[in-house]
Design a protein around this ligand. Structure first.
Ligand code: ADP
Length: 364
């Protein structure tokens, strides 16, 4: 065998070994280990090149950048695009850093090897995307299930307590009018009445959460509803030294909904946004329409949401506020109203800071 053939053969073996190595690395991957796997792939690729000591490999995508070394922009290089669901989402670059090495020092087979690895990595990233969306769908379904079971239980309890509570209130008021002359008794009865009214309000909120509140849906324009909710809270914004800005490009955003319940959604979201805003923080209220839906986004610059908040935020009685400030029913009411309008609500963190709530309601 001539020396040339022998060298060429050695190169092929190196490339095949690399492909075999990368296939085995990729096979056993899960979401958590992706960074390490890509690291192993770039080092395996480096070894397969004709001048491994003078070759650097870089993988880059929107989220990750992994390389065997820093690549200089001026060095000769070949690259291959990584496609995920047929969209270019990154690339693998091989670059030569030897003093006399030029573009011609890349073998034709090296480009093929790079293409082959890019294809494998693309398939891997596709698999991970699918895995990720399946997990998030599963989580969303479990979450929705839990909330709907909680809704059923809550509705049951609220209904059971409604009648005795109405009796307590009714009889306490009767007694008060019977015993009008006695100040001490009247003051005690007032306490009973106040507490019964407070409990009735809690029950009402629980019924909202479980979507069991009567509603009057009609064609309404969301824009003036948002404006009047903001006007009502104007004094609170000023008192708390929180700024607000509205981003609504349209005069009219029509949908079929209960206008009072829409106000409740906006109110509850704004009250939280103000509460968690720092002094001089900005609350942004955005509304827009898509073909079949209206979207309302309320965003703040506060402390944002922890993973625990995100998990429990719509459950009744979940609160991180001190006792006197919160009952943990605001967002469960919002969730109930949105659900009874066949819409959806998402709580997230803003990329820089604060929380953002996105409500999507169908137009009809
Ligand atoms: P409450 O306001 O009475 O606590 P909610 O149901 O309105 O009840 O909110 C539940 C919890 O969700 C809050 O106590 C807080 O932990 C979290 N939360 C709601 N809105 C925000 C926000 N804009 N920023 C940070 N945390 C929030």
């Amino acid at each position: 065998m001539s020396k040339e053939t022998e060298d060429a053969l050695k190169e092929r073996i190196k490339e095949l070994t690399c492909l075999y190595e990368i296939s085995s690395i990729i096979e056993s991957v899960d979401i958590e280990s992706i960074e390490n796997v890509l690291k192993a792939c770039v080092f395996s690729l480096k070894k397969a090149f004709l001048f491994p000591d003078f070759t650097d490999i870089k993988f880059s995508s929107e989220e990750l950048e992994i390389s065997t070394n820093r690549l200089s922009v001026d060095n000769p290089k070949i690259e291959s695009s990584i496609r995920i669901f047929n969209e270019p989402k990154g690339k693998i670059i091989a670059s030569l850093n030897g003093p006399k090495l030029t573009q011609d020092d890349f073998l034709k087979e090296e480009q093929q090897l790079l293409d082959n690895v890019a294809l494998k990595v693309g398939n891997l990233l596709e698999r991970i995307e699918i895995q990720k969306s399946e997990t998030s769908l599963k989580r969303q379904m479990e979450h929705a299930d839990r909330l709907s079971i909680l809704g059923e239980i809550t509705a049951g309890i609220a209904h059971e307590l409604n009648t005795p509570l109405a009796n307590i209130l009714g009889f306490a008021e009767l007694l008060k009018s019977d015993l009008e002359g006695d100040k001490k008794i009247a003051s005690d009865l007032n306490k009973i009445i106040d507490n019964a009214i407070f409990s009735r309000e809690v029950l009402k909120k629980l019924l909202f959460f479980s979507c069991k509140m009567p509603q009057e849906k009609k064609q309404v324009n969301l824009v003036p509803i948002i404006k009047s909710a903001i006007n009502l809270l104007d004094a609170t914004f000023r008192k708390e030294k929180v700024k607000y800005s509205t981003k609504i490009n349209e005069e009219e955003l029509w949908l079929k909904a209960d206008p009072i319940q829409l106000t409740q959604i906006i109110f509850n979201l704004l009250i939280n946004a103000i509460y968690f805003s720092p002094k001089e923080g900005l609350v942004t209220i955005q509304a827009l329409q898509k073909k079949d839906s209206i979207i309302l986004k309320i965003s703040d610059e506060g402390k944002g949401l922890t993973p625990n908040d995100l998990e429990k935020i719509f459950q009744p009685f979940f609160t991180t506020k001190p006792m006197e400030d919160g009952s943990g029913l605001g967002l469960s009411v919002v969730h109930g109203i949105v659900a009874s309008h066949k819409g959806s609500i998402i709580a997230e963190n803003n990329p820089d800071k604060g929380a953002v709530f996105t409500v999507t309601l169908p137009k009809n």
